[in-house]
Design a protein around this ligand. Structure first.
Ligand code: PXL
Length: 284
């Protein structure tokens, strides 16, 4: 069975980060080793929350894993929240990366043109150091602008997306996947670019509203599919279509909660859609 380490916070309420990565990857038939970097009573879109930084526990956990000889098929990072954590993640990469490991960095920092509440304006600079080692990065347009210094825009054309992806590729990531691309009123899309100069777009319906955790849902599904052996294009399509299906299920529920999407309702459909490819070598 494939194994992914998911490095991000655990928000008790809010359906994001680990509380999405764990169920989604399990449903995809992948073991998820969750390394919680912080514990929050609720995610930061709530008016208030209490939180505990778990940074001090990072090294003891990874030291134990090293003593067990654990290996990971993919290393997946999401919301990290502080510059100091990025240094710890870079150490983890040095300890656990092999030539086969997929390094998947979702540089979670903001949305709608601004940083998430409580994050330092210095975070994007540090995040660039992590992107350098990534096989895949999945910024939304806000995060892509924070990483490249390009001014944020609500609407995008191909020239803008091409410039954004070219600048992101100069950070060193092998593949760039930009989410939340808006070319027109009716559609939302994901742009994928690689170092060979290929740029492709996967467009889906744009559904109005604010849906927390959908970036995490996309990233968890995408890293899961890549780890199972899907091509980048197939992984992106699976993840983007699953997010849209989940937003539809959420908007159809009159009792949907404002702070997260109804992915629990759509996980069975994801499992049905998943074509399991032959598993490669086992990790220990
Ligand atoms: O979904 C991204 C995310 C993850 N973790 C925490 C957050 C957010 C977005 O607001 O606050 C703690």
């Amino acid at each position: 069975m494939k194994r992914i380490v998911s490095i991000q916070d655990l928000s008790c309420i809010g359906k994001c980060s680990q509380s999405i990565a764990l169920p989604v990857l399990s449903a995809m038939g992948i073991e998820c080793a969750a390394l919680p970097t912080a514990l929050l009573s609720a995610h930061t879109a709530f008016d208030s929350f209490v939180s505990r930084d778990l940074r001090d526990f990072f090294r003891p956990i990874t030291a134990h894993w090293r003593s067990l000889g654990l290996r990971f098929d993919a290393i997946y990072t999401g919301y990290l929240g502080s510059e100091a954590l990025i240094g710890l993640v870079l150490d983890l990469l040095r300890d656990f990366c092999t030539a086969e490991t997929i390094v998947f960095v979702d540089p979670v920092m903001g949305d709608h043109g601004t940083l998430y509440a409580g994050l330092s304006p210095a975070l994007p600079e540090q995040m660039k150091a992590l992107c350098r080692y990534a096989d895949f990065i999945t910024p939304n347009v806000t995060e892509a602008c924070l990483l490249t210094g390009l001014p944020y825009r609500e609407r995008h054309d191909e020239a803008f997306i091409r410039t954004l992806s070219e600048r992101l590729l100069t950070l060193g990531a092998k593949n760039v996947i930009i989410t939340g691309v808006r070319m027109n009123e009716a559609q939302m899309g994901v742009a994928a670019a690689d170092a060979e100069g290929n740029l492709s777009l996967h467009m889906t319906a744009h559904l109005p509203g604010v849906f927390y955790g959908t970036g995490d849902l996309f990233a968890s599904t995408c890293v899961g599919a890549l780890t199972l052996g899907y091509s980048a294009a197939d992984a992106i399509a699976l993840a983007a279509d699953y997010v849209v299906q989940t937003i539809r299920a959420t908007t159809a529920d009159p009792n949907a909660r404002w702070y997260g999407v109804n992915f629990e309702d759509t996980l069975p459909a994801l499992m049905t859609r998943l074509h399991r490819l032959p598993q490669k070598e086992e990790t220990t």
